[in-house]
Ligand binder design. Structure first.
Ligand code: CS2
Ligand code: MG
Length: 404
């Protein structure tokens, strides 16, 4: 199974995606997602200039050895660019292995542990009323788990709110410079409990509700929030505080039973070692795309299982449908599965990435097709050249740069 070609494609069907395609001398190909929001070209270059030339001639069946070679062999370990590049290679190789074996990837991992993967969607609003409307819409679509975000009164623009009513939420914006959002912890902490109260009063307690704080609070502020919303029984509060300071989570844990989910920006098991070992979180949100592929995510999940931490993988629209498909295969197998995020994709995106997954009654299934069960249409992709885009930054009301 000698690799004869490793090609990188950058395309922008509404947003930028980076795709790797590996072809073997038998003519079997596999595809992987190498998208890192706002830094797409760095991963494309890392692959194109460094890893792809080395891949040619390697044996595609040796997934583990190739992973180790690119992780240890670079000498410089970890980091989002490196680990996203390795992830794309890993995904493409699992896709090839599945196609050759005639099995879906979840079967190669050990088979399905469940009938379907529960996914959560996003409900947003510029006011609580608008959020409730959007929530009802998603409930009707069948979702059983819904993330709730609303504009905080008095803050010009904050994370998680779509640009106009009813539009899908997309944090990145086109152009050379990032948009600037604002932040006030005081206004947010006053508002957030009222939002959860309105949702529970209107819709009751049957659905899982989730909320993303997006790294904005200090540990003590997060502890205060968690404690003040316990009655609303959140499925999780996400990224309450930046997680470089892992011991900071001890403080949150001492004060609240609101479950915590962290890890969408992590790229290796080392980023969450202490959080998991000390049971400082309940859900690990790392993904196949940004944390070294299926090979490394499987290790993170097994480690987490020892401490009753479950998976809750990141699934925004900036992970390509290939990364989403790979995530769904992992979710089908992983014994300690919690929940999967699914933001969905535009029609234009789905014309480039041909999916076979299904969604029914709040649950997704990756399909039983051999490999990842997803294809990449190179001709369609060519119609949408790369466009510079950036994630926003956040500033406090006095201008201080804050965590976005
Ligand atoms: C997020 C994302 O989905 C989430 O939970 O936090 O919206 C995140 O901001 C983007 O994926 C960044 O690229
Ligand atoms: Mg998040």
């Amino acid at each position: 199974m000698k690799i004869i070609k490793a090609e990188v494609f950058v395309t922008c069907p509404d947003r930028n995606f980076v795709t790797l395609k590996i072809t073997t001398e038998e003519g079997v190909y596999g595809i992987g997602d190498a998208t890192l929001n706002g830094r797409e070209l760095s991963v494309a270059s890392y692959l194109q200039d460094h890893l792809c030339p080395q891949l040619v001639g390697m044996d595609a069946s040796r997934i583990e050895d190739i992973w180790q070679t690119f992780y240890r062999g670079a000498y410089w370990r970890r980091g989002p660019v490196t680990m996203t590049a390795i992830a794309a290679i890993d995904m493409a190789l699992w896709d090839i292995k599945g196609k050759v074996a005639g099995m879906p990837v979840y079967d190669l991992l050990g088979g399905a542990s469940r009938e379907g993967v529960m996914v959560y969607c996003h409900a947003t609003g510029h006011s609580i009323d608008e959020l409730l409307e959007d929530y009802a819409k998603h409930q009707e679509m069948g979702f059983k788990a819904i993330r709730v975000q609303a504009k905080v009164p008095g803050i010009a623009s904050n994370y998680g709110i779509s640009k106009s009513k009813g539009a899908a939420y997309e944090p990145a914006s086109k152009g050379i410079r990032p948009d600037v959002e604002s932040w006030s912890t005081e206004k947010y902490l006053n508002f957030a409990p009222k939002m959860f109260e309105a949702v529970r009063n209107k819709f009751g307690f049957d659905d899982h509700i989730l909320h993303d704080i997006h790294h904005r609070l200090t540990p003590m502020e997060a502890a205060r929030l968690g404690k003040s919303v316990e009655d609303y029984k959140l499925f999780w509060m996400e990224d309450p505080t930046p997680a470089e300071n892992q011991e900071g989570f001890r403080l949150i844990r001492q004060h609240t039973t609101t479950p915590i989910a962290v890890g969408e920006v992590f790229n290796s098991i080392w980023d969450c070692k202490q959080l998991i070992e000390e049971q400082l979180i309940d859900y690990i949100r790392s993904t196949v795309t940004h944390a070294g592929g299926i090979t490394h995510m499987r290790r993170i999940a097994d480690f987490a299982a020892m401490y009753q931490v479950r998976t809750g993988s990141h699934g925004p629209s900036d992970i390509s449908p290939i990364g989403m498909a790979a995530g769904l295969h992992l979710d089908m197998w992983v014994p300690n599965f919690g929940l999967q995020e699914f933001m969905g994709y535009s029609e234009r995106m789905l014309s480039v990435f041909e999916t076979n997954w299904t969604f029914e009654n709040g649950y997704m299934h990756p399909s039983n097709k051999p490999g990842l069960g997803i294809d990449f249409n190179e001709e369609e992709a060519k119609k949408y050249p790369y466009q510079p885009a950036n994630l926003p930054i956040a500033r406090l009301e006095d201008g201080t740069l804050w965590n976005w």
